[in-house]
Design a protein around this ligand. Structure first.
Ligand code: UDP
Length: 362
């Protein structure tokens, strides 16, 4: 472990982007990944029998409006042009999200024009009916609490439009990598200045970073693991929501006709069903096969040992995070980032943006 200029702990999208930048600027980079494989929660696996790419940690659709991020990621893959649409199933009927003319007109059986929609939705009875059908149940399942207790910025992630546009995202650049998500990480980390070690969780012991019994070189360390774990949870445990997935292979060509259907009623225990073959419409042979793979997603309160997915933003968790950030600042050359290190939900593009913005002294 000599001749290392920088250490990246965690080979998710933030760490791998940083590793690449450092490597291209001529620095020797050691990437240490706690899991057996790189790629963080973007990691996929391909089902050997059907060839279907399964997003092991839930659906990931690359979308961005950041030109520098789009340019960067396109060096490592080509996207297939997939545009994400999400349907919502409520009381046995299926609607197009997000909240727009398609949803409102079909839900109420009306024919509003774009100009008429705002006044219609300003009526409390209409907006409450929409909220109760599509947001109340889903949000309470997703967050384990009433929507009134959830930070409004989370629900605002879902766009509201006065058009028939049913694209789930506002971003004009979107897609799924033609050669799969894993290949992005293989290419990002494939550089003569990068060494990758998996099964290598970094820990802090008496002010020194270690992997197994080895002391790490005292060089800048970019850490994207859980920040509270790094400090042995000494101030308390940061809260998360976790997800549980139930995957099933079915002997039919197509289960739901689309990639994601949200089940917005509180009574249905899962939040959504993913059907992965729809992310690759260009793979005609796979589409035509009389088999498909679906994954039901359930949201649950996280406890130590579970996979953390969504940070829970409360006054208490903010205070806890501030205490850990203060600890981290006392350690020279330690930089925190990524979803776990920053305790912040990032879309993939925002994670890349954050890694691209770090001053690496090029
Ligand atoms: N949401 C909802 N109904 C839906 C979709 C989303 O109530 O059908 C709310 C829910 O609180 C969710 C938030 O909007 O946590 C953000 O939704 P998004 O689809 O962005 O969630 P993600 O895919 O990031 O889990």
């Amino acid at each position: 472990m000599t001749n290392v200029d920088v250490i990246i702990a965690g080979a998710g999208i933030w760490g791998s982007t940083l590793a690449r930048r450092f490597a291209e600027s001529g620095r020797k980079v050691l990437v240490l990944e706690k899991r057996r494989q790189v790629g963080g929660n973007v990691r996929c696996e391909t089902d050997a029998e059907t060839g279907i790419e399964i997003h092991s940690y839930g659906s990931h659709i690359f979308h961005t409006s950041l030109p520098e991020v789009w340019k960067f990621i396109n060096r490592f893959t080509t996207f297939n042009g997939y545009q994400h649409k999400v349907l919502a199933r409520y009381k046995g009927k299926t609607y197009f999200l997000p909240l727009g003319l398609t949803l409102v007109n079909s839900f109420f059986g009306v024919e509003l024009t774009p100009a008429e929609l705002p006044a219609f939705m300003a009526d409390e009875a209409h907006s409450s009916a929409i909220f109760d059908a599509f947001f109340r149940g889903y949000t309470s399942k997703q967050w384990g609490r009433a929507p009134e207790e959830v930070d409004p910025s989370i629900i605002k992630r879902v766009p509201v439009r006065a058009t028939y546009d049913v694209n789930y995202f506002n971003d004009y650049c979107q897609g799924i990598p033609l050669d799969g998500y894993n290949s992005i990480f293989e290419k990002l980390l494939d550089h003569s200045n990068i060494t990758v070690r998996c099964d290598a969780g970094v820990r802090l012991e008496n002010g020194a970073f270690k992997v197994d019994a080895d002391d790490l070189p005292r060089v800048p360390l970019y850490y994207s693991g859980p920040v509270d774990a790094l400090f042995d949870y000494r101030h308390g445990v940061l809260p998360w929501r976790t997800l549980k997935f139930e995957t099933e292979k079915l002997d039919i060509a197509d289960y739901q006709g689309t990639s994601v259907v949200n089940y917005t009623e509180a009574e249905v225990p899962y939040t959504r069903i993913h059907e992965f073959k729809h992310y690759h419409p260009e793979l005609k042979d796979i589409m035509a096969k009389p088999k498909t793979i679906v994954m039901r997603e359930y949201s649950a309160e996280w406890k130590l040992g579970d996979e953390p997915y969504y940070p829970i933003d409360t006054a208490q968790s903010r205070e806890l995070l501030a205490a850990y950030k203060a600890e981290a600042e006392k350690i020279p050359n330690l930089i925190l980032g990524g979803r776990l290190g920053a305790y912040k939900y990032f879309d993939m593009d925002k994670s890349i943006e954050s890694a691209l913005k770090i001053d690496i002294g090029e």
